[in-house]
Design a protein around this ligand. Structure first.
Ligand code: AMP
Length: 559
């Protein structure tokens, strides 16, 4: 997985945010106001991490420390209950000084209101069988959950009060909201938290971005008096950060400023200038953590937080960076989490960041591939892969565009070298390349200068290359999730695509999972794959039996 994101993975300086023994809950009273109430005083005192830690240390100091004599030795006894209560109190006082968050911008269109429950149900069923449910995260709260809003069926129903956004949508030539957008916009514009489970390329970015733009414009604190950017979009890869920033530039008004922060962008000394008047920070987890720890950004100021591709963001590699970065998140902020799949692990993480979110599942709950991609599995010998790939390249149509996925950098470099030898022009994308080179590689694919991209899994998530017709899995990925993400680079935004996977005998451990994905997407399952899956299961069982037999022999011997 190392090549998904080459952010810092080492442990930086110790974190000085709050007290490590105190768990911060998202279920706090929120300082939420209605958008119509903008008359409140906007002079709010400074709030920062330094203030957080010094308040908490002071609070903790006042709490009960006592000196005990045990066996003639003096020991300090700490009453943690008191310490925690004092810290909670200090937090409450700090939060009370923050400007309220304006969250409710939604006025339901009469046509949307008039939809009967039956009509809503039918619409959801016809739109990839959308399931919507409330995920209760706060046990201590009474059941005062907002009802799930009806979907909007047109852009106007969501944004009629925001003509600039509507204009931008028209300029992009979009004809109607995608299913996730239809259901997400009423929730987000109404101030709710959201988990969007949807396959790649289904319009998730606009689903969270357009409400974010309205959220920024709707806050009561003037920009020059704000203590930091209100919107944070966290993403697992720099390519995704750049892509989202491009999307922001298509839809934002001229007063909105966004910045992309990942390793290699902007020196720390320039941060004050870089972040001046910024409304949207789009960051990777390692960079965000460093900026928060260094005091350039303060999580308490974010009022709209997006964890894009949360399944990847909150995994073992980045989860800690995200947790540390958002430790000091303020209560009542809005959270959006997106993911291609739902899992019990994701649910455990949702509780840390979201407050009674509404979950939208577009399509099945389990990991699934987009149905607009034809999946072909080719059974090959390892040594023949290059020959087969070259044959494919030779027969490419002028309108074809392809990403060739390799699992390691060495394999990607090998394929690129083979192409160079026979003078086939291609671009190369892997984590260790300079940022400029990576951006240039993507740019050439986007503008058509290059039609072949050889990439590692840095390109498997979020990247949208227009008119990408083929994905080739030259090496099978390490996980089935990566397979789904890779092939989701094609067949996007209403188009169809083809994914060709070179499957060798060494990949047999993935056969069973692959069959599941193929079946779900109504794709042909080759008999050879079924046989491989069966053989692998027999192999695993026989190893398990051998292991138990050896254990039994050992036990018998010891007795
Ligand atoms: P995403 O899933 O956010 O990566 O979006 C994939 C692509 O779909 C992007 O190029 C978007 O510009 C495009 N897109 C987003 N919303 C719509 C829509 N309502 N209709 C058609 N295309 C869309």
């Amino acid at each position: 997985m190392a090549n998904i994101e080459d952010e810092w993975q080492e442990d930086p300086e110790p974190v000085q945010i709050g007290h490590s023994s105190i768990s911060r809950s998202t279920c706090q009273e929120s300082s939420e106001v209605d958008s119509s109430d903008k008359s409140q005083n906007s002079q709010f005192p400074q709030s920062s991490n330094e203030e957080a830690s010094s308040n908490q240390v002071a609070a903790a100091n006042q709490a009960s420390f006592s000196f005990l004599e045990i066996n003639g030795q003096s020991t300090v006894s700490i009453d943690w209950e008191k310490v925690n209560a004092a810290c909670d109190q200090a937090d409450k006082e700090r939060w009370a000084k923050l400007p309220p968050i304006v969250k409710n911008f939604y006025i339901e269109d009469p046509e949307v209101s008039s939809m009967s429950p039956n009509q809503v149900e039918q619409w959801r069923r016809a739109n990839f069988d959308i399931h919507v449910q409330i995920r209760k995260t706060c046990d201590n709260k009474q059941l005062d959950l907002k009802p799930i809003p009806n979907p909007v069926l047109t852009f106007e129903q969501a944004f009629k009060n925001y003509p600039e956004i509507l204009d931008a949508i028209y300029q992009q030539g979009l004809s109607k909201p995608s299913p996730i957008q239809s259901q997400a916009w009423p929730i987000l514009l109404g101030g709710g938290d959201l988990i969007g489970i949807s396959q790649t390329g289904t319009g998730k970015t606009l689903a969270f971005l357009l409400p974010a733009l309205i959220h920024i414009e709707g806050q009561i604190t003037p920009k020059q008096e704000r203590q930091g950017p209100p919107v944070l979009i966290l993403v697992p890869t720099r390519e995704l950060a750049i892509q989202i920033n491009k999307e922001v530039s298509k839809y934002k008004s001229k007063n909105i400023k966004s910045v992309c922060l990942y390793r290699g962008t902007h020196d720390e000394e320039d941060m004050q200038d870089v972040l001046r008047d910024v409304d949207i920070v789009i960051a990777t987890p390692g960079r965000l953590r460093r900026l928060i720890v260094a005091g350039h950004l303060h999580a308490i100021n974010f009022s709209y937080i997006v964890l894009d591709e949360a399944d990847k963001l909150l995994n073992i590699d980045f989860g800690r960076d995200v947790r540390v970065s958002l430790f000091d998140q303020r209560p009542g902020h809005q959270t959006v989490m997106t993911s291609a799949a739902w899992s019990p692990y994701l649910w455990s993480q949702v509780k840390l960041y979201a407050n009674d979110p509404i979950q939208i599942n577009v399509g099945p709950l389990e990991l699934a591939a987009v149905h607009t991609v034809t999946q072909q599995i080719m059974f090959v010998e390892d040594d023949d892969k290059m020959k087969i790939l070259l044959k494919f390249i030779t027969y490419m149509e002028p309108t074809d565009k392809v990403i060739v996925f390799c699992t390691t950098r060495a394999s990607a470099a090998h394929v690129a070298t083979e192409f160079a030898v026979i003078e086939i022009y291609c671009q190369l994308l892997y984590g260790d390349r300079d940022q400029d080179e990576r951006e240039a590689a993507l740019e050439e694919m986007l503008d058509g200068t290059a039609t072949i991209l050889i990439a590692t899994d840095v390109a498997s998530r979020g990247i949208h290359i227009q008119d990408l017709t083929h994905v080739i899995n030259f090496d099978f990925p390490e996980t089935i999730e990566d397979y789904v993400y890779r092939i989701g680079r094609t067949g996007r935004a209403g188009k169809t695509g083809t994914a060709i996977t070179y499957f060798t005998k060494y990949d047999w451990e993935h056969a069973k999972d692959l069959i599941k994905i193929l079946n779900e997407a109504n794709q042909e399952v080759p008999q050879e794959l079924e046989i491989m899956a069966q053989q692998y299961e027999e192999y695993v069982n026989s190893r398990r039996d051998n292991y138990f037999n050896r254990e039994l022999e050992l036990l018998a011997f010891l007795n």
